[in-house]
Design a protein around this ligand. Sequence first.
Ligand code: COA
Length: 344
Amino acid sequence: MRAFLDLISNSQWDSGISFVGCGSATPQKVISNHQLGQRVDTNDEWIQSRTGIGERRVIGDHESLIDLATDAALNAVEMADWDVKTIDLIILATSTPEDLFGSAPKIQSNLGASNAFAFDLTAACSGFLFALVTASQYLASGSIKRAVVIGADQLSKWVDWDDRKTCVLFGDGAGAVALESSGDKSGLIGYDLKSDGSKGGCLNLSQSNIFLNLVQGATHQKGEYLPIKMEGKEVYKFAVKEVPIILGEILEKYQIKSENIDWLLLHQANQRILDAVASRFSIPSEKVLSNLKHYGNTSAATIPLMLDEAVRDHRIKSGDLIACSGFGAGLSWGAALFYWHGPY
Ligand code: COA
C-alpha cells in the first residue's frame, strides 16, 4: 500500500489538491419502510430486496436544507481545523435550493466565511462530483487555496408521496468536504464527467407547463414544478452500464488496478447497483461503502454523507484510495479517484 502511494505521489498525477475534512448532517425524523406502507401499497420486504433501503430521513418542522448544509460544512471545516475566514470558495451542489437564485451565499453567511464566494451548482445526483471537479479547477489554477464543497438535497419536497415507484427511494441529507491546494499531500488523482441530455426524460423534476394571462394578448409561465418522474428500469440499466465504463476508463488512464482500491464509494441509489458495479471489478463487499439502509437516496448528498460516516467510524483511514462515482438525472455521471488525507 505504502509503495503504491509513493508511486502515485511521486508521479505526474500529483494534483496538489488534498481532502482534509468532511462533515454531514441529516434530519431528525426517520421514516421507516413500514411507515411508508401505511401510506402507499408497499412493504419492507419489497423495498429492502429491490433497493437495500430500510428507512430514510425527511426534513420536518424547525429544520431546513440550509441548516443541514451549514452544519455539514461546519463539521468539515472543524475537522480540517480551518479558520472560516480562510475559506475562499463554497459550492453547494443541490437540485432543491431554498431560493432559486441560490442558497450557497446564505450558507457562506451562516458560516461566517466572509472571504469566500459561494454559488449553487445543479447536476442532480451527480452534483457533488461535478462540484468537486469544479472546485478542483479553481484550486489547481492557483486562484484559490481552500474550498468547501457541499452536496445537499431535500427531494422529499418534490417526491409524490402517493407514487410507490419513487417515494420509497429518496430521503434528505447533507454532506461536505474541505479541499485544500496544499501541495504536500496530493489527494485528487483524476476524474471524468459525462452528460447525455437525450435520455433526460428518464428522470425529471420538471416545471409544469401552466401559462397564465399576463396582459391582453400575452401570457407568462407560472413558476411551478411537477413531482419527480422516473422510469426506474431505464435509470437502473443506465447506471449499471455507464458507471463501470467510466470507472474502468479512469482506472486505466491512471494505471490503477481495481485490487488497489481501498474503498468503492458510489452514489447511494440502490444496493443492487452498488453490488453490480463492485462485481464488475471483483471488488469484495467489505470494500463497498453503503449506508442506503439508513438514508436511501439523498441525491447530491449521498457521496459526502457516506464518506463522512466511514471516516468518522475509522473505516476510511488517512492515505486510503477511494474510487468514487456519481450518476443520476440529466442524465449525468462521473467518476473520481482520490486519497483521503483528513485527520481521522
Ligand atoms: N412496493 C411494492 N411494489 C412495487 C413498488 C413498491 N414500492 N414499486 C413498484 N412496485 C411493483 C410494480 O408496480 C410492479 O408490479 P407489477 O409487476 O404488478 O406491475 C413490480 O413491483 C415491479 O416493478 P418494477 O418497476 O419492474 O421494479 P424493479 O425491479 O425495476 O425495481 C426500482 C424498481 C425503482 C427499485 C428499480 O428500477 C431501480 O432501482 N431503478 C433505479 C432507480 C434509481 O436509482 N433512481 C435514482 C437514480 S439517481
